[in-house]
Design a protein around this ligand. Sequence first.
Ligand code: GLP
Length: 242
Amino acid sequence: MRLHIVEDYQEMSKKAATIVASQVTLKPESVLGLATGSTPLGMYRNLVQMYRDDIIDLSEVVTFNLDEYLGLGPEHPQSYHHYMHKNFFNQVNIPEDNIHLPQGNSENIEQVCREYDRKIARYKGIDLQVLGIGVNGHIGFNEPDNKLKTATHQVRLTEDTIKANSRFFSSEEEVPRRAVSMGMGSIMQARMILLLASGKQKALAIKNSISGEITTEVPASLLQLHPEVITIVDREAAMYID
Ligand code: GLP
């Protein structure tokens, strides 16, 4: 694992965007695995600017998002569909047909999950997977448990996650209790992984993930087994790293 400790959120975002930009410059038809949450927002802002400045062209890029809340349609302001279009897709030139997110409001979630994995396989997997990390060490919505799923699946969110994500909703009650998440299989099979974290609330999860025991109780700790992980953390998120 390559670890970069940077000064702050701005520097983390800039470095992350540079890595994504390098990936799509080297391979214009890259398959990107994308994340939501507050962490990658700055990275998306930097990428939008690079696109406007003609530094990158995303016209051949294919994307797969990590997750979506169950029950929220694409127009719901808190859905990850909405987040991705607002913060990234609507401002760059990735063709709509190349954009994939699990559909959270389908009648048949099992079929959505199976189809999602089939599509990822059709594109021969993910070239670069961007990851944030939950305060409990989750990646995507792969929550701490005594076992983890490899395939895309339905999840019941933990209380920690519901609490942490309630800041995006008007109350904790409004946070969906379930979600669809890419499994550990597609994440671990990505050719390269970019793990981002900022702020002291992530410090323990980062320490446990990069230097703790490998355990399904800290899903991000499994990344220690991946050969190509770049971790970019700011000073606060790095405060417990020895
Ligand atoms: C969310 C998402 C994750 C994200 C994480 C951290 O629940 N499902 O993909 O990485 O939690 O979010 P944030 O960046 O807002 O702290």
